[in-house]
Design a protein around this ligand. Structure first.
Ligand code: ADP
Length: 161
């Protein structure tokens, strides 16, 4: 059985993330979406909330599971017995960082390969930070986040004003 991990902050999950999840889930028998907890970041949604939001928007994809990890991705992959990490590439600006991360992960876990899916053209501009900024202005979020979570994102933007 082929298995891959799609890691990220997902604060919150966007239509760009969901596009990568749907495509990766077609390519692998099992896809583990993992919310990576980074002590240096100050997320708007807790890791439990982010897991729940991703679960809600991936309910229709049976081979997707959602979890969280506060450790190193390369170690998490080893624990899961998984040899592939999937990442989305939006633009050249993503490339340098992702290339560095892929090489570091390979150093820590030589069994681990990183595969890149090019972002859908519709979503190359989209990031969780853009979503949070737009939500703060009360903009229509329909084009940017799955409809099941729009209310949650809007409510959180109002609370943090
Ligand atoms: P961000 O906070 O920038 O949205 P994450 O850390 O949550 O990013 O991203 C997790 C993964 O998803 C990364 O591989 C990132 O490049 C990818 N990704 C983020 N947004 C998009 C998008 N709009 N289209 C495709 N891939 C994306």
């Amino acid at each position: 059985m082929s298995k891959a991990i799609y890691p990220g902050s997902f604060d919150p999950v966007t239509n760009g993330h969901l596009n990568i999840i749907e495509r990766a889930a077609k390519t692998f028998d099992e896809l583990i979406v993992c919310v990576m907890i980074n002590a240096e970041k100050h997320p708007v949604f807790s890791s439990e909330e982010r897991v729940e939001l991703i679960r809600r928007v991936t309910k229709h994809i049976p081979n997707v599971t959602v979890t969280q990890s506060s450790g190193l991705l390369a170690e998490f992959a080893r624990e899961q017995n998984c040899g592939v990490v999937v990442k989305g590439l939006r633009a050249l600006s993503d490339f340098e960082h992702e290339f560095q991360m892929a090489l570091i992960n390979k150093k820590i876990n030589p069994e681990l390969d990183t595969m890149f899916l090019t972002a859908s053209q519709k979503y190359t501009f989209l990031s969780s930070s853009v979503v949070k900024e737009l939500a703060g202005y009360g903009a229509d979020l329909t084009p940017f986040v799955p409809c099941e979570i729009i209310e949650d994102v809007r409510a959180r933007a109002m609370r943090s004003e």
